[in-house]
Design a protein. Structure first.
Length: 118
């Protein structure tokens, strides 16, 4: 059974930092590309950051320079370090795992709430 379990969300003041974690089980973590997405109320889910199985990263323009995605294959965990948080970063953050071969194997976590407010 595949599980992606996010943690680390919460309430933080503008300018503050949070680190999200996503622990994976039931998959060969090292072969999966991992990503963080977010969805704010009334908005579509959007990609925040992605890290490939080879360690290459890409970011949404709105978070570039403030957020850092990383992975620890030994711990089957992907992280999202979020600095200089803004109110517009408030959303539910979801972990995503995807591996493409003959077809796509894709999994989602349950989400963790991040609220940036004074």
């Amino acid at each position: 059974q595949v599980q992606l379990v996010e943690s680390g969300g919460g309430l933080v003041q503008p300018g503050g930092s949070l680190r999200l974690s996503c622990a994976a089980s039931g998959i060969i973590f090292s072969i999966y590309h991992m990503g963080w997405y977010r969805q704010a109320p009334g908005k579509q889910r959007e990609l925040v950051a992605r890290i490939t199985n080879g360690g290459n990263t890409n970011y949404a323009g709105s978070v570039k320079g403030r957020f850092t995605i990383s992975r620890d294959n030994a711990k089957n965990t992907v992280y999202l370090q979020m600095n200089s948080l803004k109110p517009e970063d408030s959303a539910v953050y979801y972990c995503n795992a995807i591996y493409s071969s003959d077809f796509d194997y894709e999994y989602w976590g349950q989400g963790t709430q991040v609220t940036v407010s004074s």
